[in-house]
Design a protein around this ligand. Sequence first.
Ligand SMILES: [Ca+2]
Ligand SMILES: [Ca+2]
Ligand SMILES: [Ca+2]
Length: 204
Amino acid sequence: MSEVIYSTVIRTEGRKRDKMEMTVDIYESADSIKDHDFRTDTNTQHPQQQTERDGLLTQNNNLTKQRDQLKKERNAHPKNCHGTDGWIYYNSSFYFISSEKKSWIESRSYCRERGADLIIINNKEEQEFVLNVTGGEEAWIGLSDSDEEGRWEWVDGSTLTYSFWGLREPNGGTRENCVESYRSGWNDNSCNKIKKWICERNIF
Ligand SMILES: [Ca+2]
Ligand SMILES: [Ca+2]
Ligand SMILES: [Ca+2]
């Protein structure tokens, strides 16, 4: 009986000691954590973390540079990119719809002096866009047969694939070599007539 009690006491004592040792361990760990300077940690003990941090810093610097460059570019072209003087953006191009009127040649010069050219209408959507922005009013587009009668050519030298001629157009023969857009589609007209015009600048 006394042996049983004795061994129970020893076991209890042993558990107490274990507990105390664990407690001391915990306090010691806490102290070592408390005294540890984490600010130096990344510099001295975790080279991988330092590399990652340096990588992020470099990335951040690069992004800042890119942002500044974009800001600079945006400020360099306010005249051509923003709505203040009538340039509007649609589907990868900037367009200018004039309020003045000029001959076809002079209209084209106006566009070219601004890094653009008279509009090339590539598809039905662009034709509808033109009708929308002009409200169907007459405006020169970048199509003519001045070089060779009957061979319609866009200002970039490409030949006509999609066309939106109005009823009974083109009908002017050698007297009418320049094309305007109007309510019902396109019309060949005399290049010297003065009309509004549309410039296009493709951004790609
Ligand atoms: Ca176009
Ligand atoms: Ca003609
Ligand atoms: Ca005509």
